[in-house]
Design a protein around this ligand. Sequence first.
Ligand code: AMP
Length: 184
Amino acid sequence: MCGAFITDPLSESIALMPGEASGVDFAKSPVTKGGDSHPFSHAAPMTYDPENIFAKILKGEIPCHKVYEDEQTLAFMDIMPRSMGHVLVIPKAPARNLLDIAADDLAVLITRVQKVALGVKEALGADGITLQQFSESAGGQEVFHIHFHILPRWDGVKMLSHPAPKADMAVLAEQAAKIRAKFA
Ligand code: AMP
């Protein structure tokens, strides 16, 4: 059944291939939502809204506290940080979330996530990092341009729960400058 596919990767579902008889009705399953390049491509594709907030940040229509940028990637401070120095890493290529991003774009993105995580950890003297990625509303996603959350962590310090209060922009600017300096 569908739930087993998602929650129990060590079950029989591990052997399933697209189109194989499985007893699972993929057309009714949330995991079937994929673009044409994805295994379950017979399902309706998810749509990317080019007017989402992060697309507007990429177009320069709204500001952000940038910490890192290259040809394919942008990273900036989350304005409602759940830990000090909470950073978001996004690809410049449009993708809604983990379920529709092209594999090549994801491969680049995750290497940039690691690079930014290392810079954030060093810049802020964190003890560790929590990495989060939410896909679709049911998964907790609110902005529909794929992003990874990098949450610096300190021993014994809890993360705030969502929604966290909006940060002081001057404090964010200061943190962003410290992080950016690691990539200069
Ligand atoms: P998610 O639930 O993974 O879609 O999270 C979206 C994140 O984007 C939240 O942590 C928000 O605080 C953050 N966010 C929303 N608008 C902005 C913005 N304009 N600049 C930076 N971060 C934002």
